[in-house]
Design a protein around this ligand. Structure first.
Ligand code: PEP
Ligand code: MG
Length: 580
């Protein structure tokens, strides 16, 4: 049994069979052969070894001609390893005696060798391990050939173990078959993490390298509550986690009963719970969990799940689906927040060295007005089908906001000229996710109808810490006193002018912060649909003076650690069965 500590990004526990996607995206399932297929499988193995050997030999000759024999020696070493008699015997035995497929045998045997080298000290040993991985990949390429399987071709329930998943790859995971995932890379605020929450599957990211330790088909436990991954679990651990899965189910069933009850505090203050969505189909989940609308629709996912740019009609179809599903409840559609880690499959304007500080989000759309206009026209057209509101992301300066509003006015004029109907009083809001926006709130309140605090970015820009980077993940926390002060400033500034303010960053869906945020005056939370019942339960268990007292105390603390401790203590005192 082996335990890996990563970053918990989507709660719950998943137990199941793993499939491994390494750097090149190979999927190596454990396949057993029927008895009569063994001989054919041995032939496949030999053919793949022969093909890989001639490929390596060709490389060796080329390099020898161009750079000399010294450089070609590495390929001679690869050839020797590949044609090693003992390796061949071992593979043959796995296929003959255990009826493993050639792919699975190759992956298992070579990874075991590589692991031995990796466990030895020194750069040379690490290089040998790399050589072995190289040979493994070559053989797999020949064996899998056209049968190389992708993430989209799953046919049974699995846990995905991958080096990295982009937000668009995650968005395309089939919720029917993917029961959870782990990635070696990734940070706590990455969009991959956000999509995992939306799919409502346990996920852990940023474990560091471990894919060499595991083969497809092995049983793995993903503990998305504590960021733990357990490889080759023993019976006792399996039993303990199975019990936890039951507990989760119990709590979910208990929360289900809250569905139609309002999120009112014990002393009668109403709290509005809205849903965050990435895909139109999620609007239904918001309805099912009893949300009062959608506080954030991340429309850029329309671009991430396809290879060509969506047309105006594609946008309108998607937006109508959402507004109609919400039956007149408010739907806040955010304009494109592409760039940074959300890169579509078609070419983007720049290759950026520092993408989170670069041409991202509103900056990108203001530079590429074709993209922006298409989307704004579609939003306006869809505005007659429901209660649609428009929100601009990553607003940093007043001028930026004014320019965005101007493009919106132009789109309105165009539609007018074309005789196309739209909601002339459509509400326009902005995200508060850059410290400069918080500092300028007294000006912004004059120019928008509503605000939504985006803590995922506010944390990264306030603390200068990349939301995607596992190595600085401990710094990336909304519980930092500086972040809390920014949030308090934003809420107070909006309240002073009676402008609605909500929060749609992940902080608002984290039960640890609910009381604090209520105490700071927040009355609207936009959260992943799966979290709605849990947050509602907390709202219904507290009074506002109780929350204000907690907030006052917490705002005097010096460090994120002290803040977290104080919040956890209060929450466990109030709701002892709340998983933390
Ligand atoms: C945020 O930054 O908090 C937010 C909600 O936007 P995104 O996570 O899509 O950047
Ligand atoms: Mg953001």
């Amino acid at each position: 049994m082996q335990r890996l500590q990563g970053i918990a990004v989507s709660p719950g526990v998943a137990i199941g069979e793993a499939i491994v996607f390494d750097h090149e995206g190979f999927r190596i399932p454990r396949r057993f052969l029927p008895r009569d297929a063994v001989e054919a499988e041995l032939t496949r193995l030999d053919e793949s070894i022969a093909a890989a050997a001639s490929e390596i030999d060709l490389n060796r000759q080329r390099v020898a001609e161009q750079l000399g024999d010294d450089y070609a020696a590495i390929f001679s070493a690869h050839l020797q390893m590949l044609q090693d008699r003992r390796l061949h015997d071992e593979l043959e035995q796995m296929i003959r005696d255990r009826h493993y497929s050639a792919e699975y045998s190759v992956s298992r045997a070579l990874r075991r060798y590589a692991k031995v080298f990796l466990s030895l000290e020194g750069d040379t040993m690490a290089e040998r391990a790399n050589d072995i991985f190289d040979i493994e990949k070559r053989l797999l390429r020949h064996l899998l050939g056209q049968r190389r399987e992708g993430l989209g071709e799953l046919t049974s329930e699995v846990l995905i173990l991958a080096h990295n998943l982009t937000p668009s790859e995650t968005a395309n995971l089939s919720p029917e078959f993917v029961r959870g995932f782990v990635t070696e890379m990734g940070g706590p605020g990455s969009h991959t993490a956000i999509v995992a929450e939306a799919l409502d599957i346990p996920a852990v990211v940023g474990t560091g390298p471990f894919l060499t330790e595991v083969s497809g088909g092995e049983t793995v436990i993903i503990d998305g509550d504590h960021g733990l991954v357990i490889l080759q679990p023993d019976e006792e651990t399996l039993a303990r986690y199975r019990h936890e899965v039951d507990e989760h189910r119990h709590l979910a069933a208990k929360l289900e009963t809250l569905r139609d009850l309002p999120a009112d505090t014990l002393d009668g203050h109403h709290v509005t719970l809205l849903g965050n969505i990435e895909f139109p189909a999620e609007a239904k989940q918001c309805q099912e969990r009893g949300s009062e609308g959608i506080g954030l629709y991340r429309t850029e996912f329309l671009y991430l799940s396809r290879d060509v740019q969506p047309s105006e009609e594609d946008h309108v179809l998607a937006y109508n689906e959402v507004t109609q599903a919400m039956q007149g409840l408010p739907v806040v559609m955010r304009t494109l927040d592409l760039g940074a880690d959300k890169i579509p499959n078609f070419p983007m304007p720049e290759d950026e060295p520092n993408p989170f500080l670069g041409l991202r989000s509103i900056r990108l759309t203001l530079k590429h007005l074709d993209l922006f206009r298409t989307q704004l026209r579609a939003m306006l057209r869809a505005s007659t089908s429901g209660n649609l509101r428009i929100m601009f992301p990553l607003i940093t300066t007043l001028i930026e906001l004014r320019r965005a509003k101007m493009v919106l006015s132009d789109a309105m004029e165009d539609l007018d000229e074309e005789g196309i109907d739209f909601d002339r009083n459509i509400q326009v809001g902005m995200m508060v996710e850059v410290p400069s926006a918080v500092l300028m709130m007294d000006r912004f309140v004059e120019e928008v109808d509503f605000f939504s605090i985006g803590t995922n970015d506010l944390v990264q820009y306030a603390l200068a810490v990349d939301r995607n980077n596992k190595d600085v993940a401990s710094l990336y926390t909304a519980s930092d006193p500086a972040v809390l002060r920014l949030i308090r400033m934003a809420i107070n500034a909006a309240k002073k002018r009676d402008k609605p303010i909500s929060m749609c960053g992940q902080m608002s869906g984290n039960p640890q912060y609910t009381m604090l945020l209520l105490g700071l005056g927040l009355r609207s939370f936009s959260i992943v649909p799966a979290a709605i019942p849990e947050i509602k339960r907390i709202c219904r268990s507290v009074t506002i003076p109780q929350c204000e007292e907690l907030a006052e105390r917490v705002m005097t603390l010096d460090s994120s650690r002290d803040v977290k401790t104080a919040l956890l203590e209060e929450l466990t005192r109030l709701l002892p069965d709340q998983p933390v």
